[in-house]
Design a protein around this ligand. Structure first.
Ligand SMILES: [Zn+2]
Length: 144
């Protein structure tokens, strides 16, 4: 059985959930029993929760940096979400560059959408611009 990592929106607990449950929106928080709100297998996180997942994950972590005002980000969102359900070998996150400005600056993000792949807590690849679900798959599997 394969798992992914997510943060409970209610109590902020780090949850390890079964892929099958997460995809069908049946995953509950192990601590407070609240429904975990994943989109496909994508979790929207802030900087603190991003760092917690990065530290805890034994899988690669992929992050879509986006903003509400960004047109290409909107069309990329559903493709990224689709890719998350097809690549269960990685943990998929989404971070707003509007609310998480410090992290975005720290990572040197200039244009969005920007997709970054982390392995063992370190950046190993990044791709600027929107991608198709297939391109995301190639990107996630580009570094071994
Ligand atoms: Zn909870």
């Amino acid at each position: 059985m394969s798992h992914t990592l997510t943060i409970c929106p209610q109590c902020k607990s780090l949850n390890k959930v079964l892929i099958e449950k997460a995809i069908t929106n049946q995953a509950l928080c192990g601590k407070c029993q609240k429904n975990l709100t994943l989109h496909g297998l994508v979790t929207e996180v802030n900087t603190e929760d991003f760092r917690r997942i990065l530290k805890a994950s034994d899988k690669p972590v992929v992050v879509d940096f986006w903003a509400t005002w960004c047109g290409p980000c909107k069309s990329y969102g559903p493709e990224y979400q689709k890719a998350s359900t097809q690549n269960t070998n990685a943990v998929f996150l989404k971070i707003s560059t509007e609310t998480e400005q410090e992290l975005s600056a720290e990572l040197g993000i200039r244009g969005i959408p920007c997709t970054i792949l982390f392995k063992s807590g370190k950046e190993v690849a990044r791709q600027a611009g929107a991608m198709s679900a297939d391109q995301v798959k190639q990107f996630v599997n580009s570094v071994n």
